[in-house]
Every structure is written in C-alpha cells, then in structure tokens.
Design a protein around this ligand. Structure first.
Ligand SMILES: [Ca+2]
Length: 338
C-alpha cells in the first residue's frame, strides 16, 4: 500500500480540515449513541455534559487549521502564531524549555522529501504487526502494511533515521538562508518532552528512574479508560488484520485502526497534537547510562496498556530498531554547534 501522490500545502490544509470534520462527526455520533444508553441508565445529565465538553474540545482541534497566521521569527512564535519552516512544519514554544516543539509528528510527506533529496535508505528490517503476529522485513516506512496518506506520521523509522532527518533539515535550511541564525533541528530531550506533556517535576535523574513514577496522570487527565476522542490508541477499531488474541483497550474506540492524519485529535493546552497515541516519539536521551537504549514517549496506535500511556511512561528501544509503532517529532533548538 504505497502512499498517495504528493499534495501541495493548500490542498493539505483543505484535506486536514475535511478529515478533522469527519473525525468530529464520527465522535459526535458515537457520543449521541452513548447518550441514548445513558438515558436508560438515568445518567442523562452527566452524559450531556460530557458531550458538550467533547464537542468543545474537538471543535478546538479543528479550529487550529482555520488559523493560518505564522511568524518567520522563532522568538515571536506562540501557540496562536507558530513558526513555520520550509516543509510547512509548525513550531510553538514550550514553557520551561529553550525549544520550540513541532505541533505534529514528522509526516510522511516530510520524510519523503528528505529521502528523495538525500537517497537515505530507511527500509531494512522494519517490524510490523500482521495477522500472523509481529514480522520483520515484510514492510517498510513507505509501504507500512496499512493505508497511509502523506499527512500521516511516518512510521517504522529508527532513532538514527530521525537523527539523519534533523541534521539534513538543519543543513538544508541553513544553506537556503531559511533557518534563523543560532538554531538547529533535533529530537526533544526526555525532560523537554515531559514539559511538553505537562508533567510536574519528576523525581529521579535518568529516564529510567523517572519511568512510570508518577501514577494516575495521563496526557488527557486522570480517567481510565481514556475519554472518547483522547487519542489514537489500540481500541476496538484496531482489531483488523491483527492476531485474534492481541489485547486492546476494551472500553475505548476511536476512528483509526492504524495511524491517523496528524492533527485529527484535540491538541494539548500548548497546541501540540498526538502527545498521546498515533506513534511513539523518539527522544534524544539514552534510557539509562551504560546501555544503548533510546527513549520513546507517548504511546501509539498499537498501545493498549494503561501503564504505557501514563504521562511518566517511557519506552526504551535500540536506536537501530525500526517498528511500525514508532515515529518522531522535531524541535527547533538553540544550536549546540552553529
Ligand atoms: Ca486507533
């Protein structure tokens, strides 16, 4: 299943607005169904309030795409006026850090541009979920075994691929005079990602020491299972083309069995999308000293375990491993070596 043909940014804006509309309609219809059941259970008021809250939050998710104002100065960037780069990636500041986070995971269209220009080969050895279980080498980032559009997040790329993308984009935009002086692209650090997901101060020095130490707090709040519309996880909808005995979140459904277009779910208070679900996000850091594993955060479309979706949870994977549940998000940071 190859990716669709390239769209320009204008078409992208229209497409993403349309997909956000479809997603909102789906979720509101589901909520209407929940309301009927709830009336039978005499909890009408509670459900109505949830519907109103859901409509408001999902409305906000779509509203971002109606706003087109951006800035060319990273220091002037805000949630309402992001900084936009040459690929149309948008960045907003995150309090208590020096960096700007991309509001989206890196998209298929971004990675496709990188590969087309550099010839970077990111295809070998990808792990993917098939009806017969997890298989290696069957699929690749540009044909991951499920349908993707160019505005889906690129999946099946490893930490080294993500590093190569960031280095290429930094050089590309510096050479073109497009990157403001003193900045570079890189992956978020583990502590920066915690700030971006809204975690309070964590105890511990290393990601391993911080791992799952704050219990009961998820990116969407304190509910389990997640409230409707919280993100793209492995809900009942994901039971297609996967082993029958694979676990899911039994009391959760979203519209996406695999990856979803970035920005399909409500943004967090900083304006960042998919900080929970869609794809795990590679970070710069090692998990613990003297071991090669790199940190990933946030969970993915194939995540069902509540502990994995805690804001304080970390995954740790060898930097060369490519897997269909893993992708990455870039930050714009003060350059370590201008
Ligand atoms: Ca899903």
């Amino acid at each position: 299943m190859k990716h669709e043909l390239h769209e320009d940014n204008a078409n992208y804006t229209k497409e993403i607005a349309f997909r956000a509309f479809l997603c909102r309609a789906f979720l509101l219809l589901r909520r209407a169904g929940v309301a009927i059941v709830a009336r039978k259970r005499k909890v009408r008021m509670k459900t109505t309030l949830r519907m109103m809250a859901g409509a408001m939050t999902l409305g906000l998710a779509g509203a971002v795409y109606a706003a087109s104002a951006t800035t060319t100065d990273p220091r002037a960037a805000s949630k309402q006026t992001p900084w936009e780069n040459s690929l149309g990636m948008r960045f907003v500041p995150v309090k208590d850090t020096e960096v700007l986070f991309c509001i989206w995971l890196t998209r298929v269209q971004d990675f496709t541009t990188f590969v087309r220009i550099t010839g970077h080969d990111a295809k070998a050895g990808m792990y993917s979920l098939t009806p017969d279980g997890i298989k290696q080498g069957v699929n690749t980032w540009d044909s991951p075994g499920f349908q993707q559009g160019l505005t889906h997040p690129v999946s099946g790329v490893n930490w080294e691929d993500a590093q190569a993308f960031c280095k290429w984009l930094t050089k590309q935009e510096r050479d073109a005079g497009r990157l403001p002086s003193g900045y570079e692209y890189r992956l978020p650090k583990d502590a920066e990602w915690s700030a971006a997901v809204g975690l309070p101060s964590e105890f511990g020095k290393t990601p391993k020491e911080k791992h799952r130490r704050i219990r009961g707090i998820y990116p969407w709040g304190m509910e389990w299972p997640p409230p409707i519309g919280a993100g793209n996880f492995s809900g009942t909808e994901s039971k297609v083309d996967m082993p029958a005995d694979r676990e899911i979140i039994r009391n959760y459904t979203d519209p996406h069995p695999r990856t979803s277009t970035v920005g399909s779910y409500v943004a967090n208070p900083l304006g960042l999308y998919d900080m929970s679900g869609n794809l795990w996000e590679w970070c710069e850091d090692i998990f613990t000293p003297n071991e090669p594993y790199r940190v990933l955060r946030g969970g993915a479309w194939n995540t069902h375990d509540g502990d994995d979706l805690l804001s304080s949870s970390r995954n740790h994977v060898m930097p060369g491993i490519r897997a269909a549940g893993n992708g990455f998000r870039c930050v714009l940071a003060p350059a370590a070596s201008p």
